[in-house]
Design a protein around this ligand. Structure first.
Ligand code: SF4
Length: 258
C-alpha cells in the first residue's frame, strides 16, 4: 500500500506527557495502514471507508500549530495508522526537525528501508547510487530521535495477529535495524487473551531479545477492528506481572503499561 499525494493527517493530539518518554510532545496521526490487527482501536485511521469520513488536517495547519507551540513542546510523536507507508515521510520529518523538535516514530516495522533512511543507515540490501547517497543523512544525523516498534506476535503467528499476510523478513530486519541504530528505542506488544497465550508472549520476548526496552500493554476492548474482541476481558494485572518476572532478564527495561 502506497500513499503518494502528500501525507494524510487524520488528527493531532495537542499535548501528551506519556507518549514520548521524558518529553512534552504532541502527536500527529497519519491515515492509512498496511496491517489489519483485529485488536486495533484506530479503525478510523486504518480502514479506507472510515478514513474517507475522517476530517483531515492540512500540513499547513499542522506546521502552523508547531510554530505556535515552539518553546512549549519539545517533541512530536508520529503515529498512525502506519506512518512509514508514506514515501513523503522523510521530507515531513525534516520540516519538523527544522523547527527544532525531537521526533519519535511509532511503527509496525513493515518498512525496514524507510527505517534505515530515517535513522541514517546505509542499505546493505543493494549498493546505493551516488545520488541516493547524497540524499541520505549520514550515520549520526538521524531524522528520528526515538522509535517504538510494535511486535504483534511470536514470528510464527504474525499473520493472525496483524490480520494480513506479513513479510516476516521485513519485520525481523526492522528489529535488527532498530537495535543497531544507536538511537533510543522500545519494542512493545499489545496483548489480547484470544490471540496471545502466556507461552506465546514469552516467545515474543525470546524472539526480540536481547533488547533495551520491552513493554507489554493490555488491549482495550473498545471500537476494535474485530468487533467481537469488544466482549473479551483483558488479562489481569497478576497475569502480566507473572510474565514480566519471566522475561525481564531478557531486557534492560521491561514494564507493563496500562
Ligand atoms: S494496530 Fe495494527 S492495524 Fe492498527 S494502526 Fe497499528 S499496525 Fe495498523
Amino acid at each position: 500500500m502506497k500513499i503518494s499525494n502528500g501525507v494524510k493527517i487524520g488528527g493531532i493530539q495537542k499535548t501528551t506527557l506519556i507518549d514520548y518518554p521524558g518529553c512534552v510532545a504532541c502527536t500527529v496521526f497519519f491515515c492509512g495502514c498496511n496491517f489489519r490487527c483485529p485488536f486495533c482501536y484506530s479503525s478510523e485511521l486504518v480502514l479506507p471507508e472510515k478514513i474517507k469520513l475522517q476530517p483531515k488536517i492540512s500540513e499547513k495547519e499542522f506546521f502552523d500549530f508547531l510554530r505556535k507551540r515552539k518553546g512549549l513542546l519539545e517533541g512530536v510523536v508520529i503515529c498512525g495508522g502506519e506512518p512509514t507507508i508514506n514515501k513523503e515521510l522523510p521530507g515531513f520529518i525534516k520540516k519538523i526537525k527544522g523547527l527544532g523538535y525531537l521526533v519519535k516514530l511509532d511503527t509496525n516495522g513493515s518498512n525496514p528501508e524507510m527505517l534505515r533512511k530515517l535513522i541514517g543507515m546505509k542499505s546493505v540490501a543493494k549498493r546505493p547510487s551516488a545520488s541516493s547517497l547524497t540524499s541520505l543523512p549520514s550515520r549520526g544525523s538521524s531524522l528520528i530521535d526515538y522509535v517504538a516498534m510494535d511486535i504483534k506476535a511470536p514470528w510464527e503467528k504474525y499473520n493472525k495477529s496483524a490480520g494480513v499476510k506479513v513479510n516476516l523478513n521485513n519485520i525481523k530486519k526492522s528489529v535488527e535495524i532498530i537495535k543497531n541504530s544507536g538511537i533510543d528505542y522500545e519494542f512493545r506488544s499489545t496483548i489480547v487473551p484470544t490471540i496471545h497465550t502466556k507461552e506465546e508472549i514469552i516467545q515474543i520476548a525470546k524472539d526480540i531479545s536481547p533488547a533495551k526496552k520491552f513493554f507489554l500493554q493490555s488491549f482495550r476492548p473498545e471500537k476494535t477492528i474485530d468487533t467481537e474482541l469488544e466482549a473479551i476481558r483483558p488479562y489481569s494485572k497478576e497475569f502480566f506481572l507473572g510474565i514480566k518476572k519471566e522475561i525481564a532478564p531478557f531486557f534492560e527495561i521491561c514494564e507493563i503499561r496500562d
